[in-house]
Ligand binder design. Structure first.
Ligand code: GAR
Length: 216
């Protein structure tokens, strides 16, 4: 059977991209990485893609000031050229417009380093620390037209420790991001996700843990 073709959009270091590459290589994720696209020419993520022989494309936002829809139309062209069936945002620091969402309905995923709907937006690990929450984590969700508001597919929880800094908390969350993103993509590839209103149902074999977490 043909593997699902994914396109990964990035802006920076690409550690989530690397986790996807590694999980494909070691067999726990069964998809074809069709293209990696960055809005930043110097994103290390592009380097990572090239090292693995994956098409790596820089789509500059220069010349698109105030025309976000036109920029997204260019992204759509590039994604179509590589016959992408699922768009994976991995540290892509731009707002997605309806132009891209209409071209890929319910086919755009994002990862966010907090337990949504708490702490949407940017610098969220710092915000979680400042708020004094006892747990944080990460969320993979379908992208809709809002900011970090789409239906949630999977979340992982980590404790916030007394001596945490933004860096230590971010690192603890990132380790979980690297696991759950591939898991969500694999669910999608297997056709196991069904969206009912805001709720995403995962058919067959998802973990059912009845345990509670406390911290401390
Ligand atoms: C990740 O922590 C990801 O969750 C976050 O950016 C980082 C990218 O790291 N994304 C967002 O904040 C999106 N709003 P990476 O380039 O090493 O994958």
């Amino acid at each position: 059977m043909n593997k699902l073709r994914i396109g990964v959009l990035v802006s920076g270091r690409g550690s989530n991209l690397q986790a996807i590459i590694d999980n494909i290589a070691q067999g726990s994720l069964s998809v074809e990485l069709a293209v990696v696209i960055s809005d930043q020419a110097d994103a290390f993520a592009l380097e990572r893609a090239r090292t693995h022989g994956i098409p790596a494309v820089h789509v500059s936002a220069k010349g698109y000031r105030g025309r976000r829809d036109d920029y997204d139309a260019t992204l759509v062209q590039e994604l179509r050229k590589h016959r992408v069936e699922l768009v994976v945002l991995a540290g892509f620091m731009r707002i997605i417009t309806p132009t891209l969402l209409k071209a890929f309905p319910r086919q755009v995923l994002n990862i966010h380093p907090a337990l949504l709907p708490s702490f949407p937006g940017l610098h969220v690990q710092k915000a979680a620390l400042e708020h004094g929450v006892k747990f944080s984590g990460c969320t993979v969700h379908f992208v809709d037209e809002g900011m970090d508001t789409g239906p949630i597919i999977i979340q992982a929880v980590v404790p916030v420790l007394d001596n945490d800094t933004e860096d230590t908390l971010s690192a603890r969350i990132l380790k979980q991001e690297h696991k759950i993103y591939s898991r969500a993509i694999q669910f999608f590839a297997e056709g196991r996700l069904r969206v009912e209103g805001r709720t995403v149902r995962v058919s067959g074999g998802a973990d059912k843990s009845g345990e509670y977490l406390t911290n401390p």
